[in-house]
Design a protein around this ligand. Sequence first.
Ligand SMILES: Cc1cc2nc3c(=O)[nH]c(=O)nc-3n(C[C@H](O)[C@H](O)[C@H](O)COP(=O)(O)O)c2cc1C
Length: 385
Amino acid sequence: MTASLASADRANLYSNNALKLGIFGANMSSGIAATKVPERWPASWEENVALAQMIDAAGLEFALPVARWRGFGGATNFEGSGFETVTWAGGLLAATERLTVFGTVHAPLVHPIFAAKQFVTVDHVGRGRFGLNLVCGWNQDEFEMFNVAQRDHETRYEYGEEWLRVVRMMWESEKTFDFKGRFITLGGVESEPKPYGHEPPVIMNAGSSDTGKAFAIGNCGYLLSTIRLSLDTAAENVADAHRRAAALNKRLGVMTTASIVCRPTQREAEDYYRYYADEQADWEAVDAMVSAGQRGSSTTMQPEIFRQMRIRFAAGYGGWPIVGDPDTVAAGLVAVANAGFSGVAMGFVNYLAEFPYFRDEVLPRLERAGARGPRAIRRLETPLR
Ligand SMILES: Cc1cc2nc3c(=O)[nH]c(=O)nc-3n(C[C@H](O)[C@H](O)[C@H](O)COP(=O)(O)O)c2cc1C
C-alpha cells in the first residue's frame, strides 16, 4: 500500500501536483461555515471516515483539521462539537492509504513530551503520513476554559519555537537529553521510536502577523495564509514569504484556504453562496469568533478587516471564496496556484454531499490545465530542514 510513498516525498505530501488540495475543518460541526442551513456538516465519525476515504481515492493530498475546544455559540453553537485532532488523524490514517492527515495542536496547551510521542504514534499508524499544524493560540475563551494565561503576542511564538525544539529533539536525538530553555525545563528525556522512516513529519503554521509568519518561515515547511484583499496582494505576500525563506536557506510551501461552492451553473452557485453565508449565516457565532480573537489580541480579527470580510468569515473563516460552475471553480483554483500558492485547504458546506461533483467536474479540468495530474510540474517547495 504505502510502498510507493518514498520517504523523500513526505515534505511534498507524496505528490508531484503543482497545486495540492485538501479538505479543511471536517472534524468540526459545521466545518468552517458558520451557517444555519439544515444541510450543514454534522461531523460524525462515520462521515469523517467516508470523506477521508473519498478524497484519498480521488487523489487529494491532505486533510487539515481545526483545533477548537469550545463552540462559538449562536443558533448553531458553531463548532461546538468536534473531534480532537491528533486522535482524529490516527483514526483517519488507519482508514486511508495515501492521504497526509494533519493534527492541529496548541503548543501552549499540550506538554511537548506528550505531544512528540503522540505524533510519532499516529505517524506510525499512517506509515509516514502524519503532518503537524502547530498553533500558538488566539482564542481567549478557550484559554480561559483551560485556565491557562495566554502569553503576550510575541512571547507566544517564542514559546512555540522552544516547544517545537523539544519536539524535534525527541524525534531526532539518539541519546537521552536534558533541556533547559526559557520556558521549558526537562531532565533525562528519551523517546523511541522515532517518526516513521526516521523522517520528521511535515510542519505547518498559520501565523498571520509578521511575527507569526516569521515563525512559520523559520520553523515550518508550510505557511498557511489566508488570501485577504486580492490575489495580487496575496501573490506579493507569497513572494515575500519565499524571499524570506530563501534568505534563511529554507524552501517553503505556502498554502491557503478556500470556501468552495461548485454547481452546474454560475447562478446556482452564487445563489447558494448568498443563501448559506449571508441570509442563513449564524451571525451571532461569527461575532463571537471575532470578539474572542480581539480579546486574544490576534491581529487578524480587527474590526476594519472584519467589516470588509464579514460574509467571508461566515462562509469559511475568511478564506477565499471560489464560487461558480466547474469552469469558474477550476479557473479560480488555477489563479490561486498562479499566485504562488502550493496548496488549497477547501471547505464545503456539506463535504460529503458536495465533493463528488467537485471530483468529477473540477479535478479533470485542473488536470487539463496542468495544475494536477500526470503532467503537473513539480514546484520547488520541498522544505529544507
Ligand atoms: C487558515 C487558518 C487556520 C487556523 N486554524 C487554527 C486552529 O485550528 N486553531 C487555532 O487555535 N488557531 C488557528 N488559526 C489561528 C492561527 O494559528 C493564528 O493564531 C492566527 O492566524 C493569528 O495570527 P497571529 O498570531 O500571527 O496574529 C488558524 C489561522 C488560519 C489563518
